[in-house]
Design a protein around this ligand. Structure first.
Ligand code: CP3
Length: 359
């Protein structure tokens, strides 16, 4: 039996995903739940990072925290992309002040034997599905809930580098020296990501985003070989099961790939970072897909007047159709809730004005 969820009261985000008219540009923020919120820090004070992810009540609480504070148009389930490597049998720790750490990363081809595949996502990641179902109820239909996964290449880099903050030398050497084994591993990660996204949608996610945070470290040629086919595959396979659920792809740093993704994949929305102008991004995809982004997050440190001006330029550049406002990457722990709020309210005010005057 499928769950009955509260009726959705704000469908602005979903309408923008689907290219429908909006009376205001929808806005959410990547990493909107996080350490810049005192109420998040207070939950984290008592619980390890992955404990929060694994406990549906806690994951639900922190997912909803930013929704209670700011007039956002979507919630994103609190979790991490690295729950997939964990589910495949690799140990991942979150080290305070440093980030993710794999005590025993994949170093050799022989190490790939330690990667469990196939896996039952229901058995290993059912806690995320439970968190999503609970959060759908607790949101009371205020805004839609987004699920997410890491993209195969980005997950691959963490499994091989053992953490962030590297130049990805080891992962790139895998692609160059062991292309076949790399493809095999990327395919396994893809299969798990597809099952994982389908499980999240079944549990109640109303849209889903694929984060390829490190795709921009690859040359266009390497991107075409090791990222693009898997990103396309994920979109097509999830759409086969859930044709009406909007899918978002954020290939950070690979703005050169926007045209190919718009033409060849089934994503409704493409996320862009701040290294491409809104006009250039729009030029590459036309009105075939919705664009999401792309304010340089550093802008949130620059003060209200500057935020306001930059948001205005951004919205005018993208246009108010087929557009979702966001940062070009995530919130940072040193940012203040006040500036997040100002960003959100600037999007409201500027886009409402623009749309009114277009009529
Ligand atoms: C690369 C990546 C990861 N995780 C994620 C990505 C892709 C997005 C991106 O590029 O930022 C995705 C992610 N991680 C988190 C979310 C939650 C939902 C949201 O509010 O956006 C999402 C969508 C929570 C988190 N994930 C993490 C935190 C902070 C850790 C903590 O609470 O102690 C949060 C709130 C930890 C994390 N997790 C990861 C890193 C590199 C770090 C350390 C970053 C840091 O310390 O600032 C891996």
């Amino acid at each position: 039996m499928t769950e009955q969820f509260p009726v959705l009261k704000n469908d602005l985000f979903l309408r923008a995903c689907n290219g429908e008219d909006v009376e205001r540009v929808p806005v959410w923020i990547m990493r909107q739940a996080g350490r810049y919120l005192p109420e998040f820090k207070s939950v984290r004070a008592d619980s390890d990072f992955f404990k929060v992810c694994q406990t549906p009540e806690l994951a639900c609480t922190v997912t909803i925290q930013p929704i209670l504070r700011f007039p956002l148009d979507a919630a994103i389930i609190f979790s991490d992309i690295l729950v997939i490597p964990q589910a495949m049998g690799l140990e991942v720790q979150m080290i305070p002040g440093k980030g993710p750490h794999f005590p025993d990363p994949i170093k050799t081809i022989d190490d790939l034997k330690r990667v469990q595949f196939p896996i039952s996502v229901q058995e290993k990641l059912g806690y995320v599905f439970d968190a999503i179902t609970l959060t759908r109820h607790k949101l009371e239909g205020k805004v839609p809930l987004i699920g997410f996964t890491g993209a195969p290449w980005t997950l691959f880099t963490y499994c091989i580098e053992g953490g962030g903050g590297t130049d990805l030398k080891e992962s790139k050497l895998w692609l160059l020296q062991h292309p076949q084994e790399s493809h095999k591993f990327l395919q396994k990660l893809t299969d798990v990501a597809v099952d994982y996204l389908c499980g999240q949608i079944k549990a109640g996610a109303q849209a889903a985003q694929v984060f390829d945070s490190w795709s921009g470290e690859l040359s266009p040629q390497m991107f075409d070989e090791f990222c693009l086919p898997y990103l396309i595959q994920i979109s097509r396979r999830v759409k086969e099961v859930y044709p009406n659920v909007p899918l978002i792809c954020f290939p950070k740093g690979s703005n050169f790939a926007l045209k190919k993704l718009a033409e060849q994949s089934s994503y409704n929305v493409l996320g862009v970072d701040w290294t491409i102008s809104p006009e250039a991004a729009r030029e590459m995809v036309g009105l075939k897909v919705t664009l999401q982004g792309n304010l340089d997050p550093i802008t949130l440190y620059a003060g209200k007047d500057i935020i306001h001006k930059q948001v205005e330029t951004m919205i005018k550049g993208f246009g108010t159709k087929r557009y979702i406002a966001n940062l070009g990457h995530g919130m940072q722990p040193q940012m203040t809730p006040e500036m997040a709020e100002y960003f959100v309210s600037s999007v409201h005010q500027i886009s409402e004005d623009l749309i009114k005057h277009q009529k």
